[in-house]
Design a protein around this ligand. Structure first.
Ligand code: NDP
Ligand code: MG
Length: 385
C-alpha cells in the first residue's frame, strides 16, 4: 500500500529538536516531504539542510544573513525569506500538513498561532508558547480544527498513555524530572555554580535555554503548565516526581487507581517520531531499552526549597491570567543573563518572583495583553538584574 506523504514545516530546524527531527525523517524518507526549514542565525547549517532536503521555502530570521542564504538557494529554486513576520507567513502554505514548532521561547508564539488559525496540526516542542497563552491556543485549536501533538518527552508519554482512554477520567498525572545536574545540591552549594556546570545535563543534550531551565527546575515548572493545557488538568492533578534515570517518561493515574506509564531510553527522536506519525507507530532503528541495563529505577520528591522555580510555576498557574506569561518572560531574561554571567544561579528565582509581584495582573488576557505583558516583564526583569 502506498503511504500518503506528510508535508512538514520545521520551525527551528538548526536546533537540537530541529536536527533530531530531520534524523527521524531520514529514517522514513517514504513518509515525509520537508516543505519549510527555518533558522535564526545559523545560515551555514540552514544552507546545508536545504541542499539535502530541498524544501520549497526557507526562512533565516536574521536579515543580515539573508543574502548569504539566498545566493546559494535561489539557484536551487528554493524561496528564501527573512524577518520574524516571514515565520508567520510561511506556515500558512496550503501544502503543509504539520508544523513542528522547535523555536525556542516566546518567539514561537505568533507563528504557532498563525499555523493553528490556518488549520495546521502542530507537533509542539516549543512549550513556552503554551505557557504564555495556553487558553488562547487551546481555544483557537477547537475553533480551527487543529490538533497539537506533544513532542516534549513527558507530554508525549502522557499522550501515549491516554490513547484509547477517551472516556476514562484521569485522576492525576506523574510528570517525571531527571533533577538535572544539581540534583541533591542545597542552596549553599549553588551560590557560585557556573554556566558550564549548569549546561552539563546528565541525561539529555539540548539547546542552552532548556538546559539551564532543567538545572533550575523551571523546565519542569513550564512543563506543569504545558500539561495543564494539553490535557485539561487542574494544578493539583499534576505531581512532579524526580526520577533521575529518565526512563519512565511520565505516567497517568486513572480513577480506578491504575497507573499507566511510558518507558524508553532518553532519546528525543522517539517522541518526535510519534508526534509526526500519530496515530501510527512506525518501525525504526533507534536503540532499544533493556530492563537489565537499569536494575534500579529511583523516585523522589522535588526539593522546592532549593529549586524555587517549580513552586513559582505552580503559583503562576493557580493565579492564571497573564501570570504564566510573566513567569516565562522573566525567566527568558534571567536565563539569558545567567548565560552571559550577569546573574547568579539562585538569584534567577528572585527576579522572577519579583516580576510576578509587580506586573499588573490581567485575569482574561487577549493576545494584545500577552504581548504587552511580555514586553513590560522583560523591561522590569532587566532593571532588576
Ligand atoms: P535550540 O536552541 O537548540 O534551537 C532553537 C532553534 O530555534 C534554532 O533553529 C534557532 O536558530 C531557532 N531560534 C532561536 N531563537 C529564535 C528566534 N528568536 N527567532 C527565530 N528562530 C529562533 O533549542 P532546542 O531545540 O533545545 O529547543 C527548542 C524548543 O523545544 C524549546 O522550546 C524547548 O523547550 C523545547 N524542547 C527541547 C528539547 C530538547 O531535547 N532539546 C526537549 C523538549 C522540549 P539558530 O540555530 O539559527 O540559532
Ligand atoms: Mg521535557
Amino acid at each position: 500500500m502506498e503511504i500518503k506523504k506528510k508535508h512538514i514545516a520545521i520551525l527551528g530546524s538548526t536546533g537540537s529538536i530541529g536536527t533530531q527531527a530531520l534524523e527521524v525523517i531520514d529514517e522514513h524518507p517514504e513518509r515525509f516531504v520537508v516543505e519549510v526549514l527555518t533558522a535564526n542565525n545559523n545560515s551555514s547549517l540552514l544552507i546545508a539542510q536545504s541542499i539535502k532536503y530541498r524544501p520549497s521555502v526557507v526562512v533565516i530570521t536574521n536579515g543580515e544573513r539573508y543574502h548569504e542564504v539566498n545566493d546559494v538557494l535561489s539557484d536551487l529554486g528554493i524561496k528564501v525569506f527573512s524577518g520574524e513576520q516571514s515565520l508567520e507567513q510561511v506556515v500558512e502554505n496550503d501544502n503543509i500538513d504539520i508544523v513542528l514548532t522547535a523555536l525556542v521561547g516566546y518567539s514561537g508564539l505568533k507563528p504557532t498561532l498563525r499555523a493553528i488559525k490556518s488549520g495546521k496540526n502542530i507537533a509542539l516542542a516549543n512549550k513556552e508558547t503554551l505557557v504564555v497563552a495556553g487558553d488562547l491556543i487551546t481555544r483557537l485549536c477547537h475553533q480551527h480544527g487543529a490538533r497539537i501533538f506533544p513532542v516534549d518527552s513527558e507530554h508525549s508519554a502522557i499522550f501515549q498513555c491516554l490513547v484509547g482512554e477517551d472516556y476514562n477520567p484521569v485522576e492525576k498525572i506523574y510528570l517525571t524530572a531527571s533533577g538535572g545536574p544539581f540534583r541533591g545540591k542545597k542552596r549553599e552549594d549553588l551560590l557560585r555554580v557556573t554556566k558550564k556546570e549548569a549546561l552539563d545535563h546528565p541525561n539529555w543534550v539540548m539547546g542552552a535555554k532548556i538546559t539551564i531551565d532543567s538545572a533550575s527546575l523551571m523546565n519542569k515548572g513550564l512543563e506543569v503548565i504545558e500539561a495543564k493545557w494539553l490535557f485539561d488538568l487542574q494544578p493539583d492533578q499534576i505531581e512532579v516526581v524526580v526520577h533521575r534515570q529518565s526512563i519512565i517518561h511520565s505516567a497517568v493515574q486513572f480513577t480506578d487507581g491504575s497507573i499507566i506509564a511510558q518507558l524508553g531510553l532518553p532519546d528525543m527522536k522517539l517522541p518526535i517520531q510519534y508526534a509526526l506519525t500519530f496515530p501510527e507507530r512506525v518501525k525504526n532503528n533507534f536503540k532499544r531499552f533493556s530492563f537489565f541495563d537499569y536494575p534500579t529505577l529511583t523516585f523522589e520528591k522535588a526539593d522546592t526549597k532549593t529549586f524555587r522555580n517549580l513552586n513559582l510555576a505552580y503559583r503562576s498557574l493557580e493565579k492564571g491570567g497573564n501570570m504564566p506569561c510573566v513567569l516565562n518572560a522573566a525567566n527568558e531574561v534571567v536565563v539569558e543573563a545567567f548565560l552571559n554571567d550577569k546573574i547568579g544561579f539562585l538569584s534567577m528565582s528572585d527576579v522572577i518572583e519579583n516580576c510576578m509581584e509587580k506586573i499588573t495582573f490581567v485575569k482574561n488576557p487577549s493576545l494584545e495583553d500577552y504581548i504587552k505583558t511580555d514586553i513590560e516583564t522583560r523591561i522590569l526583569a532587566r532593571e532588576l538584574l
